[in-house]
Design a protein around this ligand. Structure first.
Ligand code: URA
Length: 291
């Protein structure tokens, strides 16, 4: 192992990292910290720079977009199997797990997530909902967090809102196996409440690693939580819904959450307009209706 040479007048590198980490959480408005007794002790995630908030032209000509290439079938991943011994996670700490890894894969992210107890959401969950779909999908949908049905099955968007999302994907001429579906938090918040800031901050490094491993062309955020988490903004989705943003080499757009559409069906028209922009970018044809 290489020795660490410390400069007498400079702060210890660990102190600098810790300070950066604290600044990151303070920017999120988090000033107190929860530590689970079962979690690996005392290590923290590296700060994630907020996404560049940049409005792009509303539509990009379809000709610029390559047709989706043939891809291998989806591999369902189940985190945590065999990782838990006497209630202690034997996996990397959040600090280590959040590190960017060259050539990262979904399998590796899933294995690093393990039987996660890094935030308080693990206490009430039934199954971790890691994400599902194509490992190198051109299109990724990001929701808020699992609900009851997802928690039971360990698969994202399988309840009523999920069925509507499936219809939306099919209307775009795709199937669920052609896209990837993930959430900001991977464990169901009790009573389906909105995930709290510390829960989002703890789960985000894993979502960011999933997105980096998939390398999608387009990310669609479903609802406020996903949009705010990925764009690093507190603004409501109504301010930027349907606009393109650059996000780490992908185009990102936020649209309404399918659960909102179940409560407010007239908004479906707005969402369909947004999805048509996505289809134009990806060179997709809408599904032909059979008579
Ligand atoms: N709502 C979400 O945001 N995600 C799911 O997986 C299900 C419902």
């Amino acid at each position: 192992m290489n020795p660490v040479f410390l400069h007498p007048e400079r702060p210890h590198p660990a102190k600098e990292k810790l300070e950066a980490w604290l600044r990151y959480y303070e920017d999120l408005g988090i000033r107190s910290f929860y530590r689970d007794r079962c979690s690996p002790a005392g290590k923290f995630p590296a700060p994630e720079p907020a996404a560049q908030e940049q409005a792009l032209p509303a539509a990009v000509p379809a000709a610029q977009a390559a047709a989706p290439a043939a891809r291998a079938p989806a591999q369902p991943l189940v985190p945590g199997t065999g990782a838990k011994v006497q209630g202690i996670v034997h996996g990397p700490s959040l600090f280590e797990a959040a590190e960017r890894v060259e050539g990262d894969t979904l399998e590796r992210v899933c294995s690093d997530l393990g039987d996660c107890t890094r935030c308080k959401l693990h206490r009430h969950r039934n199954k971790i909902v890691f994400g599902a779909g194509h490992a190198h999908a051109e299109l990724v949908f990001v929701g808020e967090g699992p609900g009851h049905d997802e928690d039971v099955q360990g698969i994202p968007f399988v309840g009523r809102a999920g069925q509507l999302l499936t219809q939306m994907i099919e209307a775009m001429g795709l199937g669920r196996d052609d896209v990837y579906i993930a959430n900001v938090v991977k464990c169901r918040p009790p009573e389906n409440r909105t995930p709290e800031k510390d829960e989002v901050a703890t789960c985000m490094p894993f979502l960011l690693r999933q997105l980096a491993a998939i390398e999608p062309k387009v990310i669609v955020c479903l609802g406020n939580v996903a949009a705010q988490a990925l764009l690093g903004t507190h603004k409501s989705i109504s301010h930027f819904r349907g606009q393109w943003f650059d996000f780490r080499g992908a185009k990102l757009m936020a649209t309404y959450h399918p659960a909102y559409l179940l409560r407010n069906p007239p908004a479906k028209g707005e969402v369909w307009k947004d999805l048509q922009k996505v289809m134009a970018l990806l060179g997709l044809e809408p599904k032909k209706r059979s008579r």
